[in-house]
Design a protein around this ligand. Structure first.
Ligand SMILES: Nc1nc2c(c(=O)[nH]1)N[C@H]1C(S)=C(S)[C@@H](COP(=O)(O)OP(=O)(O)OC[C@H]3O[C@@H](n4cnc5c(=O)[nH]c(N)nc54)[C@H](O)[C@@H]3O)O[C@H]1N2
Ligand SMILES: Nc1nc2c(c(=O)[nH]1)N[C@H]1C(S)=C(S)[C@@H](COP(=O)(O)OP(=O)(O)OC[C@H]3O[C@@H](n4cnc5c(=O)[nH]c(N)nc54)[C@H](O)[C@@H]3O)O[C@H]1N2
Ligand code: SF4
Ligand SMILES: [Mo]
Length: 673
């Protein structure tokens, strides 16, 4: 008789809901993946991608043994070796680099492949102990975080579950259909019942537009101008909550004096949204009882991204919406305090001297450094920088260096792995133990190891323990098992998790997710207990519009998410990738016509740092000066360079974030494919 069990797990990917999964296992093999009906957020559904998680786990494309390069870098020729040999080669190389160049010549590269706390962060402990260079991990939404914080300090924002109380939704730079499925399901359901208005503010008519009553298409990076002119209208038409703003807004009086200059006519010249529609937006916003702004990260990935977010956040405080349940801003962090004592995992105490810091968005530049700053080894895990980080040409140039020793810990032969000297085989979430914090909701969960890893695949935790042994690090931390470090985390609760009930603590111990309280967002958590129009820690203290930079290239290039992948995850899934079609660049009919481009044509997209070939997709719902690159692509699938070839390494105004939406390009019809 076959043995059958159904166990709880959690989606490990970089997606705001950290959905709960129910995993059916027959004779040690996963046969079915569904939503966990007891999960606080995803009780009703999970996305199409994860409904066949098992296809990736049992994929023929999985890397199952350590591999050593035996051809040229990038060629993809490797020979299987055993773990002992792999660890010996890596640690011998690193010991020699430490002696000759110093430990800072070694650079870890990790981002969001696995979002659970132990597997994602244990490498920090190892590299702290080694004294290696430290990666500044700001590839995603740190400009949004910094912009929100510059206004609200550590005040929690709205939890998406509070959106049921809102009566107007402004979806600001987020494609809910792809990235916030759970939120969309809730809003759509509610909207159908209560006919609540939903307005999309985006740079193109994204798939979310079809769920909205209205779509406002603006020029990329001009969101701050829109928010300012909405505040202008609210002020002029006496729709602002003046009493609240005077009492609770730091620097409000100075800010209010500037508003007269930011009329809708002024904003029209910057955003390309007609002034009348801006006025209408302000009135609709003011007439709602509890309007919610659902803020995505797209508008923050600009050089003025932090300022755009500051102004949108200020708008969320400008009327009396904040006082009402469901009124305010959703999309930053709603948690009321830390759930996990991260210092037990990343061990800042292991580092003896301050680290040399390298920003993840500037790895290509780091690989070009020389002399005492040279990077001689790159260790990549839970990240696929060649597909996700700026300056693809520069990155390849660096990865091709003969004197760069690259190790990639991966599940699949990614573009990045092709350039490795040594590849180590990685596990999937169901083959490891960990604790998960959702970043969009207030949930905490534990997912246990459910199946044996195939071949010789090892988790990040087990791999760093082996590397530590190879390096001769004798700290007891590195001799703990995965179960022991997880038990250690659960045994050291934070103030928030200490308040969980015995029943909830048991759910965590057994494996499962619990709902956590969301913050009281009416209680402002800044030093002065006021929110800040003026913040002296910012490069521009008084919030105001900062224009985008001028460029010689005419078209503004934007990245949009794809529903069939999460960044470069799911590239192994041929069923999903087939549905995704070709690497598409969305373009306005006028911009296409003036370039003699028809729908479906191959087009070369180029600027000063690179070029890539896309398929043109002509749509009306986009500004004539904007083009949109859909999804994250591998060079293997695209057959050449991808979006990342066109993105600079510049950082945002605050938060040191990616500016992957602040790049200009020209588009030319490809005549000889
Ligand atoms: N299916 C799927 N889910 C995902 C991901 C994925 O790739 N696919 N990625 C995951 C990750 S890593 C993240 S960070 C989250 C992201 O999720 P969100 O932060 O909610 O953002 P997105 O849904 O990616 O949508 C970004 C939108 O911003 C728009 N945009 C770009 N520039 C501007 C601008 O200047 N102004 C305005 N108003 N809009 C602008 C783009 O057109 C796009 O529609 O989603 C996660 N979930
Ligand atoms: N064109 C374009 N570029 C983008 C974006 C975009 O929307 N468009 N989005 C940006 C954003 S918001 C983000 S957050 C970044 C994300 O960029 P990355 O952090 O590079 O994320 P992924 O592309 O998902 O690559 C993660 C890799 O980790 C591996 N992995 C998964 N689990 C494990 C594990 O347990 N251990 C190890 N060792 N490896 C594991 C996966 O197989 C995968 O290859 O991309 C950014 N780049
Ligand atoms: S990818 Fe996102 S929507 Fe899909 S199961 Fe994971 S967390 Fe849920
Ligand atoms: Mo992200």
């Amino acid at each position: 008789m076959s043995e059958l069990s159904v166990k709880k797990s959690i989606c490990p990917y970089d997606c705001p809901s950290s959905c709960g999964l129910l995993i059916t296992i027959e004779d040690g093999r996963i046969t079915k993946v569904t939503n966990d009906p007891e999960h606080p957020v995803s009780c009703d559904l999970i996305c199409e991608k994860m409904r066949h998680y098992e296809k990736s786990i049992y994929s023929e494309k999985r890397i199952l043994t350590p591999l050593k390069r035996n051809g040229k870098k990038g060629e993809g020729c490797f020979t299987p070796i055993c773990w002992d040999e792999a660890i010996r080669i890596i640690t011998d190389h690193w010991k020699s680099l430490c002696e000759t160049y110093g430990a800072q010549s070694i650079l870890p590269c990790v981002y969001s492949g696995v979002m659970s706390d132990i597997q994602r962060n244990c490498g920090d402990a190892f590299f702290n102990r080694m004294g290696a260079s430290a990666l500044v991990k700001t590839l995603c939404s740190s400009a949004k975080g910094a912009g929100y914080k510059a206004v609200m300090g550590s005040t929690g924002c709205l939890d998406p579950r509070e959106l049921k109380y809102s009566d107007l939704y402004l979806v600001w730079g987020s494609d809910l259909t792809a990235t916030r499925l759970q939120t969309l399901a809730m809003l759509k359901g509610k909207q159908q019942q209560d006919k609540k208005k939903m307005i999309l503010i985006d740079t193109y008519e994204s798939p979310t537009a079809r769920f909205c009553d209205e779509t406002l298409i603006l020029r990329p990076g001009s969101d701050g101008a829109l928010a300012l002119s909405v505040m202008h209208v609210l002020q002029v038409e006496n729709l602002a909550d003046e009493e609240w703003l005077l009492a609770n807004g730091e620097g409000y009086e100075a800010f209010a004096k500037t508003l007269s200059a930011f009329s809708p006519e002024w904003a029209e010249t910057i955003t390309n949204i007609p002034a009348d529609r801006i006025r209408e937006l302000a009135r609709t916003y003011a007439s709602a009882n509890s309007p919610a702004i659902i803020l995505g990260s797209g508008n923050s990935r600009h050089k003025n991204g932090g300022m755009n977010v500051r102004l949108i956040t200020l708008l969320s405080q400008f009327t009396d919406a904040w006082k009402k349940p469901g009124g305010g801003l959703c999309g930053c962090t709603p948690v009321s305090g830390p759930y996990v004592d991260m210092s037990r995992i990343n061990r800042p105490d292991f580092r003896n001297t301050p680290a040399r810091k390298i920003n993840i968005n500037q790895i290509a530049n780091a690989l070009s450094l020389s002399g005492k700053d040279v990077v001689k080894s790159l260790y990549v895990y839970g990240c696929n920088p060649l597909n996700s980080v700026s300056n693809q040409n520069g990155m390849i140039h660096g990865l091709l260096r003969d004197d760069l020793f690259t190790v990639v810990h991966e599940r699949f032969m990614t573009d990045t792995a092709l350039y490795a000297d040594i590849i180590l085989p990685a596990t999937f979430s169901v083959e490891q133990n960990d604790i998960y914090r959702s970043y969009g909701y207030c949930t905490l969960g534990v997912a246990k190891k459910l199946i044996q890893a195939p071949g010789e695949c090892k988790s990040n935790w087990d791999t760093f323990c082996l590397l530590a042994k190879g390096m001769g690090f004798s700290d007891s931390y590195f001799s703990m098992s995965e179960e022991e470090i997880l038990a250690d985390i659960l045994a050291h609760p934070t103030a928030v998790t200490a308040a969980l009930s015995e029943q909830e603590k048991n759910i965590l111990k057994e494996g499962g997710s619990v709902s956590m309280p969301y913050a009281d967002h009416c209680s402002i958590q800044t030093a002065s207990r006021k929110f800040m129009f003026y913040n002296e820690d910012c490069p521009v203290p008084l919030a105001t519009y900062v224009p985008s930079e001028k460029s010689d290239y005419p078209l503004h290039l934007i990245a949009a998410p794809d529903i069939r992948s999460v960044n470069s995850i799911f590239h192994d899934r041929t069923d999903l990738m087939k549905k995704r079609g070709s690497m598409t660049l969305l373009i306005h009919p006028d911009a296409a016509a003036s370039r003699n481009i028809s729908d479906g044509d191959s087009v070369i997209v180029k600027n000063d740092i690179g070029e890539a070939v896309f398929t043109a997709g002509i749509i009306n719902g986009i500004d004539p000066d904007t083009v949109v690159g859909c999804g994250v692509w591998s060079m293997q699938d695209a057959g050449g360079f991808t979006f990342e070839a066109l993105t600079h390494e510049d950082l945002s105004d605050i938060g040191e974030a990616t500016t992957l939406n602040e790049n200009r390009v020209e588009v030319i019809k490809q005549t000889h494919p």
